[in-house]
Design a protein around this ligand. Structure first.
Ligand SMILES: *Cc1c(COP(=O)(O)O)cnc(C)c1O
Length: 374
């Protein structure tokens, strides 16, 4: 049995719908391919499902972060606190606005930004903190909100991987002053191309983001500010709107697989294979991520048995050549460094069969020297 990390047939159930939309939108008399009625309807559906003030669809999750930071007026001389372990957009978007990313270390188990480290990283130049939900655990947003409020800085929620996650009854994306989603293929609500969204409780910020995503335009060809091309595609908007109904089932399938893994793997903690904390509150199931003492050994063991796995982020952000200039000499991020050495992601996508899930769970347990019967 071989088990791919990403589903090889992601859009199988919706393929005909996609073909029909390409035809219908492609041959419609208005010939509108960007930011039309489908985008508007998709934004409304997301807004209503989240109880947000507004949702603005744009060209990617990365672009969504840039639009938010720019709309907040963040620029040269400003600092934004981001996790030391995570994906490049966390630092790239800040650096792209000529502001300075300041890296905060992470919690050693949940691997999201440690609130104490975030707070310690705040200076008089800090304008915003930007925690990110990571793989399967949402950041500690209640504490991040409290820290942002106490220090008078803005809170941007990088919820790119957590669409559909809920913490203390509140959906991912709605904790910060603004949150973002990514619709890149591998994300939980990934699509057949690029896309993203800004989610916000602040209608004023939403108006600025709307303008920035289309060159800073206010009305046709009137530009009160400089902006970007970050428009959203009409075919993808209609496709995502169609798929929104099935999204909860996809998430539930991911969550069930993750619940099963965590139940099977919790006893392996003393044997050098640490699963994420159990439960559903504050969880998202984008990637199921283990922390493994002999990570490369388990990766080989899985590969020999037909199971693909991925190492996300072999280096912490401040150790990446692109960002070392933002890493103050002598500062260390021991938990981020440890996660980079130990992190291994196993397949959790909703198209896995029960037999594949069992094969993966059995193989990880066998590696750790525990058989099912023990
Ligand atoms: C995927 C991702 C992004 C960027 O989304 P794109 O749509 O790929 O630009 C930003 N932040 C995090 C945490 C992500 O995982």
């Amino acid at each position: 049995m071989t088990v791919p990390f990403f589903p090889p047939d992601l859009f199988e159930d919706d393929r005909q719908q996609l073909m029909d939309l390409v035809h219908d939108i492609g041959t419609a008399p208005e010939q509108r391919f960007l930011l039309g009625e489908h985008t508007a309807r998709f934004e409304e559906a997301l807004r209503d499902s989240l109880g947000a003030a507004d949702v603005v669809a744009c060209s990617s999750g990365t672009s969504a972060l840039t639009l938010v930071l720019h709309a907040m007026g963040i620029g040269p001389g400003d600092e934004v606190v981001v996790p030391a372990y995570g994906c490049a957009p966390l630092a790239n978007t800040v650096a792209g606005l000529r502001a300075t990313p300041v890296f905060a270390d992470i919690d050693p188990w949940t691997i999201v930004a440690d609130p104490d480290q975030v707070e310690r990283s705040i200076t008089d130049r800090t304008r915003a903190i930007m925690p990110a939900h990571m793989f399967s655990v949402m950041a500690d947003m209640p504490r991040m909100s409290e820290i942002a409020r106490r220090h008078g800085v803005r809170l941007v929620e990088d919820s790119a991987v957590a669409q559909g996650g809920v913490l203390d009854g509140r959906p991912a994306g709605t904790w910060g002053e603004a949150g973002v989603f990514s619709f890149v293929q591998v994300k939980t609500f990934g699509t057949a191309g690029e896309g993203g969204a800004v989610v916000t409780m602040n209608p004023e910020l939403a108006r600025t983001v709307r303008s920035l995503r289309n060159h800073g335009q206010r009305e046709r060809f009137v530009y009160p500010r400089t902006g970007y091309n970050s428009r959203f595609d009409e075919v993808l908007a209609a496709f995502q709107l169609h798929r929104l109904r099935g999204f909860p089932d996809l998430l539930e399938r991911r969550a069930r697989i993750a619940d099963h893994y965590t139940e099977r793997f919790t006893p392996l903690a003393e044997r050098g294979v640490l699963p994420p904390p159990p439960g559903r509150n504050g969880r998202c199931f984008y990637v199921y991520s283990l922390l493994v003492e002999e990570r490369d050994e388990l990766k080989r063991y899985l590969a020999d048995r037909g199971i693909e796995s991925h190492v996300y982020y072999p280096l912490p952000l401040p150790h990446q050549a692109a960002f070392t200039r933002f890493a103050p000499a002598g500062r260390r991020w021991p938990h981020a460094e440890s996660a980079s050495r130990r992190q291994l992601a196993i397949p959790v996508h909703p198209r896995l069969t029960d037999a594949q899930v069992e094969h993966i769970a059995d193989t990880v347990c066998a590696y750790a020297g525990l058989s099912r019967s023990r």
